[in-house]
Ligand binder design. Sequence first.
Ligand code: GYE
Length: 343
Amino acid sequence: MNNGKKIKGLAVVFGAFLLLTGCGAKEQSGSETAPVQQFETEMDENLIAVGFSQVGAESDWRAANTESIQSALTPENGFYLIYEDAQQKQENQFKAIRNFILQEVDYIVLSPIVENGWDTVLQEAKDAGIPVILVDRKAQVDEDLYTCWIGADFESEGRRAGEWLEQYLKEQGRADEEINIVTLQGTLDSSAQLGRTEGFAEVMAEHDNWNMLEMRDADFTQAKGQEVMESLLQKYDDIDVVVSENDNMAFGAVDAIQEAGRSCGPDGEITILSFDAVRAVFDAMLSGEINVSFECNPLHGPKLQEIIKTLENGGSVDKIQYMEETYFDTDMDLEELQKTRAY
Ligand code: GYE
C-alpha cells in the first residue's frame, strides 16, 4: 500500500472526525479540539489505519479478545486503531463499518455478532477497496467479500463437550441412565452458538437416553445466564446436566442453582459443562462448582498483526485460520494451570 493512499485516508479520518464529534466552526472549545490535534500527529507517522468493530463487552472472553487486539495494533507496531464497541447490536456494527469506509481506513476488522445480514455492508467495503478481516465469529457471505477469518472451531468444541460427557457418565456408572440436559445458548445465530450447539447435538444423536429438555438463549452474559437458569429450575426439577455455551452464563447458572438450594459441580447434583476457559472458571472449578470448560482462545491480536503486515508487504494469507485450543476439568492440576493462564 503506498504512502499516498494512507495520507489521503487519514486526511479523511481527520475530516470525518470533525463531523462525528460535531466539532465544527461554530463550537470550538479547547476540549473538543484536543483529539483532532492527536489525529494530526498520527497522520505524520504514516500508520496503517485499522477500524475494528467489536461485538461488545459481554464476557471475560470478549474483554481478553479486545485487549489482545488493542495491544497488538498499537502505534509502536505501526498501526492507528479505531475501536468501536457495538454493544451486541448488529445495527451498531453497520454504522461502524460505514464510518470506517467514510474515513478510508486501510483495513476493517470485524467480529460479526451474528452470521447473517452482512452482504450489503461488506459489499460497500469491497466497493471502497478496503480489505475486511473477520475475527472470532463468521459471516455467511460470498468468500470474495472478506480477505480471511481467524477464530475457533466451535463445532469441534461442542463435539468435545459431548464426548467428555459420554466419558464422564461412563466413569460414574451412569452411561445407561436417562440424562436430562438443558442448554444455555449464546446469542442466537452467532458462530459460537451455532457451532457449539451443532457439535454437541452430533454426540447427543448417538445417545437415546440423553434428553434435551430445553435450549434457551442467554446472550452470553452472566445476568441472562442466571435469569434463564432460574426459570429452568422452576420448570424442571430433574435437570442432570447444564451445557452453558460460555463461562459467564455458567457463573450465572451456578448462582441460580445455589440460590434455589441445589448443588452443582463434581460432588453436586447438576453437572456443568462450559466453554471459553477464562481465568475465573478455574476458580469455579477449584471450588467444585463447574465440572469442565472447553477452551476457546481469544488472543487474536498477534495473528491479526502478522496477517496485516503480510498483506501490506504484498503477500497472501490463508482464508481460514484456526486458533489452537484444549480443555480443562477438575481431574487436572488446575491451581498450577491457572498460574500461567493469559486470560
Ligand atoms: O465464547 C463468549 C463471547 O464468540 C467465541 O463470545 C466468542 C464467544 C465467547 O461472548 O464468551
